[in-house]
Design a protein around this ligand. Structure first.
Ligand code: SAM
Length: 194
């Protein structure tokens, strides 16, 4: 196998990590592609919690789930991922297998509605305690739009500061592609922070 494209690599990471019956989070459901992918990985008895601030995204995702005949494992919330801790309580600490973020704007949607550095980092801070050891948080960082560079820089600073005793942090990026290619950040939990 050659070098995997960004989105294929994301799916490889998720497929390697997520098992049947797991609990996972799609922090930016958008058009629902990752939600469906995760729902298939966890199966009927798993749990997928999906978040998006836009009604259009929630509707699109519900439509995609219906088309795929998926119901059981998915719960969608029209709210910001920065509130994830209110939906997945501390009882779930150490139970989450994976979380995925696709940053930026909704494809075919309103390009002015984008993820923001502060809320993205707040969500990551709330998700890290929930991750199980060996669990993974994946971010696809799109940074070509207005505000994208600020979010990229804030994220790189934040994830670089995570203690290597507890987290592996990976950046997967093509360095010679034109027009602000997206890249992946992946945070794998090595051990629980006591
Ligand atoms: N994964 C999606 C797919 O498969 O189509 C694409 C996601 S799109 C790049 C980014 C999404 O993040 C948009 O739908 C946008 O509404 C959403 N978003 C922006 N700010 C958010 C927030 N604070 N919490 C949750 N979702 C947010």
């Amino acid at each position: 196998m050659g070098i995997e494209p960004i989105l294929t690599y994301v799916r490889t990471l998720l497929t390697r990590t997520v098992q049947k019956d797991d609990m996972v989070v799609d922090a930016t459901v958008g058009n629902g592609h990752d939600t469906v992918f995760l729902a298939k990985l966890v199966g009927e008895n798993g749990k997928v919690y999906g978040f998006d601030i836009q009604a259009q995204a929630i509707e699109q995702t519900m439509k995609r789930l219906r088309t795929e005949n998926i119901a059981g494992p998915v719960q969608l919330f029209q709210t910001g991922h920065e509130h994830v801790a209110s939906y997945l309580s501390a009882e779930n600490d150490g139970q989450l297998a994976a979380a995925i973020f696709n940053l930026g704007y909704l494809p075919k949607g309103d390009k002015a509605i984008v993820t923001k550095p502060k809320t993205t980092i707040t969500a990551i801070e709330q998700l890290l305690p929930l991750l199980k050891v060996g669990g993974i948080l994946v971010l696809v960082v799109y940074h070509g739009h207005e505000g994208g560079a600020e979010e990229r820089d804030a994220l790189l600073e934040y994830v670089s500061s995570l203690d290597q005793e507890f987290f592996h942090v990976l950046q997967y990026a093509f360095l010679n592609q034109r027009n602000h290619p997206p890249f992946v950040l992946a945070i794998e939990k090595r051990k629980n922070v006591s």
